[in-house]
Write a protein that binds this ligand. Structure first.
Ligand code: CAA
Length: 228
C-alpha cells in the first residue's frame, strides 16, 4: 500500500476517505500534501469498490490555504515552470463524486479545494475566505470562478477584493456555498452517510450527472448566446 505522510487514507464500505493531516501548519497545501491528495483521489477513482469520496481536515482547519512559506521561496519563473497549481486542474478530472466535510478554516486554497469538491457540508464553526489579496496574489486555484458560481458576483467580488470578508458556516449556507451545516462532531459522519447513499446508485449515471452539472454554464452565458 502507498505510504502517505500528510494525509490519512481509509475506507468505510464503498466510501474512500481522505483526511488532511498536517496539523502544525493548519493543513496548508504544500506541494507534498497536494501531491498526496491527488494520488489518493486517483487511486479511489480507479478502485471499483469505491463509489464516492469524502475529503476532510481537522476540527481546527480544513486547510488554511496554499503554503505561504513555500510560496515565498518561489520566483515567478519557478511558478510558471513547475505549474504549481496543476493539482487543482487535475482534481477536476476525478469522475467519482467528492464530498468535502469542512470544520474550522477553509481559507485561500483551502476554500478552493472545498469548492473543487462536488458537495460541501460545513461544521458549525467552519469559516470560508479568500485572503490572498492580503498577500498581493489572486485566489489562484479557481477561487475567482468557482466562488462566483456558488455565491454570485457581488459577494464573490466582496470576498476576493477585500480579503477580509469571510463566510461563517450559516452565512455560507445562506449564500449557497455549502449544502448543509451540522454540529462539529457530526459533519464528517453526515458526509460519509451521503457518500454511501450515492455509492448505491448507478455509477455510470452518477459520473454523468457529475460531469453534466460541472459543464453547466452560468445563466448569463446562456442568455448571451440565445438573446444577443
Ligand atoms: N501556509 C503556511 N503555514 C501556515 C498557513 C499557510 N497558509 N496558515 C497557517 N500556517 C501555520 C502558521 O505559520 C503557524 O505555524 P507556526 O506555529 O510554525 O508559526 C501554524 O500554522 C498555526 O497558525 P496560526 O498561529 O496563525 O493560527 P491562528 O489560529 O492564530 O490563525 C489563521 C489561523 C487565521 C488561519 C492564520 O493562520 C492565517 O491567516 N493563515 C494564512 C491564511 C492565508 O492567507 N491563506 C491564503 C494563502 S495563499 C493561497 O491560498 C493562494 C491560492 O489561491 C492557491
Amino acid at each position: 500500500p502507498t505510504k502517505y505522510e500528510m494525509i490519512i487514507v481509509s475506507t468505510d464500505g464503498p466510501v474512500g476517505i481522505i483526511r488532511l493531516n498536517r496539523p502544525d501548519a493548519l493543513n496548508a497545501l504544500c506541494r507534498q500534501l497536494t501531491t498526496e491528495v491527488l494520488q489518493a483521489l486517483k487511486a479511489f477513482d480507479t478502485d471499483r469498490q469505491i463509489g464516492a469520496i469524502v475529503i476532510t481536515g481537522s476540527d481546527r482547519a480544513f486547510a488554511a490555504g496554499a503554503d505561504i512559506k513555500e510560496m515565498y521561496q518561489k520566483k515567478l519563473s519557478d511558478i510558471l515552470n513547475e505549474d504549481v497549481l496543476n493539482w487543482a486542474s487535475e482534481i477536476s478530472s476525478i469522475r467519482k463524486p467528492i464530498i468535502a466535510a469542512v470544520n474550522g478554516y477553509a481559507f485561500g486554497g483551502g476554500c478552493e479545494l472545498a469548492m473543487m469538491c462536488d458537495i460541501i457540508y460545513a461544521g458549525e464553526k467552519a469559516v470560508f475566505g479568500q485572503p490572498e489579496i492580503n498577500l498581493g496574489v489572486i485566489p489562484g486555484a479557481g477561487g475567482t470562478q468557482r466562488l462566483v458560481k456558488a455565491v454570485g458576483k457581488s459577494k464573490a467580488m466582496e470576498i476576493c477584493l477585500t480579503g477580509n470578508v469571510n463566510l461563517r458556516a450559516q452565512e455560507a449556507y445562506a449564500a449557497g456555498l455549502v449544502s448543509g451545516v451540522y454540529p462539529v462532531d457530526k459533519v464528517f459522519s453526515h458526509a460519509v452517510s451521503v457518500a454511501k447513499k450515492i455509492s448505491q446508485q448507478s455509477q455510470p449515471a452518477i459520473a454523468m450527472i457529475k460531469s453534466a452539472i460541472n459543464e453547466c454554464k452560468s445563466p448569463l452565458h446562456i442568455l448571451t448566446i440565445e438573446h444577443y
